[in-house]
Design a protein around this ligand. Structure first.
Ligand code: NAD
Ligand code: ZN
Ligand code: ZN
Length: 394
């Protein structure tokens, strides 16, 4: 089959790889019909290179049709339409039963001290072949695939694999009081979806980014947007305070992560890391601060005293400096983590079946064949050509 493979820093290629097969009696194989490219894939494209191997199949946002099911699978059958969560979670361990699917104890990567395995996401998360491919092997066929009805287009359901539950959890973890104010840093797919969910819940929503079409997209549905290119940090904090009774928003959601614009020293570090041999790269990432923490620092400044910060942006360094004095003094609460996809599906699904209040049908900006993946990755990274959410259609 054809698949998008990682070949090196900023180098993904569509290659011929072996078809996946049933390995465990509860595996299913799906024929992928749509597969998203995510901001998290951009970390693999550039910064996380020490943790990938040439030929790794990328992708963690897939849906399709069950092609084959192992003998113990009863929950789905060939021909069923399914979405695949990005966490590889068993559904029955202690963590899964607490709704903490991203910490699944059956697939935790203890060797690396990390949580549940993820599709298409580095040796740290199990090096599981991903879904930017014609076919995908899905373990835990009785628990993991989400069955969705025929009818609406793929786009309606595809984002259940990641964007919707991630944004949902991020808003949930932001702990916004009733009628309160949420500021979202980063208006990529995750941040943008979070603004829609927050508006749906009746919060006042502010947003910050530095890409014109992303600011416009959020502004077009009533988000009060701030362009980072027009304000230095102090000025931004002041403007936002003025707009929020002099206090700052109740909650701030960081939907940016480790490649935040700004922080030139960390950027140089990230680039230097990519040039070292593999073992040294990993050592450096584990001992030095490689995250560009600009968005997180901004979140800490912006949030009101006694407020909450919710981090959905992914961070990867192990020794990043944090302003503990300010966090302590402002009495800030912080929640973060990979989304527990299956935890939120029952709450989100009704919004997909009854009309489309979150606007998933028109959420993607580009739908392209698998063969266009290399160009799509490049444009998405550079945020060119209005590239916002790319859906690959194998
Ligand atoms: N927690 C999870 O389970 C989970 C799941 C999916 C994605 N993510 C992470 O969420 C983040 C966003 O994903 P995405 O797909 O929306 O990616 P994206 O790269 O398209 O979006 C990031 C946005 O942040 C903006 N930005 C950059 N620096 C900024 C700054 N200093 N202040 C404000 N905005 C800034 C960029 O212009 C961009 O629009 C990524 O870090 C991704 O890895 C986490
Ligand atoms: Zn994703
Ligand atoms: Zn589990």
């Amino acid at each position: 089959m054809k698949a998008v493979t990682w070949q090196g820093k900023r180098d993904v290629r569509v290659e011929e790889v072996p078809d996946p097969g049933i390995r465990e009696p509860d595996d299913v194989i799906i024929r992928v019909t749509s597969s998203g490219v995510c901001g998290s894939d951009l970390h693999l494209y550039e910064v996380m290179t020490p943790y990938l191997n040439e030929g790794d199949v990328l992708g963690h946002e897939a849906m399709g049709v069950v092609e084959e099911a192992g003998p113990e699978v009863t929950a789905v059958s060939p021909g069923d339409r399914v979405v695949v969560p990005f966490n590889v979670s068993c559904g029955h361990c202690w963590m899964c039963s607490q709704g903490l699917h991203s910490q699944c104890e059956t697939t935790q990567q203890r060797e690396h001290g990390t949580g549940a395995a993820l599709f298409g996401y580095t040796v740290l998360y199990g090096e599981v072949p991903g879904g930017q491919a014609e076919y995908l092997r899905v373990p835990f066929g009785n628990a993991l695939p989400i069955k969705v009805p025929e009818g609406p287009s793929d786009d309606r359901f595809l984002f259940l694999s990641d964007v919707l539950p991630t944004a949902w959890q991020a808003v949930e973890y932001a702990g916004v009081p009733d009628g309160g104010t949420l500021l979202v840093l980063g208006l990529g797919p995750i941040g943008e979806m979070a603004t829609r969910i927050a508006q749906h819940r009746g919060y006042r929503v502010l947003g910050v980014d530095l890409v014109t079409d992303r600011l416009e997209r959020a502004g077009s549905h009533g988000v009060e947007v701030y362009d980072l290119r027009e304000h230095d940090d102090d000025d931004l904090v002041e403007r936002v305070r003025e707009a929020t009774d002099g206090r700052g928003p109740d909650s701030v959601l960081d939907a940016v992560g480790m490649e935040a614009h700004g922080a030139p020293v960390a950027k140089a570090m990230q680039q230097a890391t990519g040039l070292l041999p593999g073992v040294l790269q990993r050592k450096l990432m584990e001992t030095a601060s490689i995250d560009r923490l600009h968005a997180l620092y901004l979140a800490i400044e912006l949030v009101r005293r006694g407020g909450t910060i919710s981090i959905s942006g992914v961070y990867g360094g192990m020794a990043d400096p944090m302003p503990m004095r300010v966090l302590f003094d402002k009495q800030i609460q912080i929640r973060m983590g990979q989304a527990n996809v299956l935890r939120w599906v029952p709450e989100i699904m009704p919004l997909l079946l009854d009309g489309d209040p979150l606007g998933t049908d028109a959420f993607a900006s580009h739908r392209v064949p698998l063969s266009d993946a290399p160009a799509a990755y490049e444009k998405f990274q550079k945020k060119e050509d209005g590239s916002f959410k790319v859906v690959l259609q194998p």
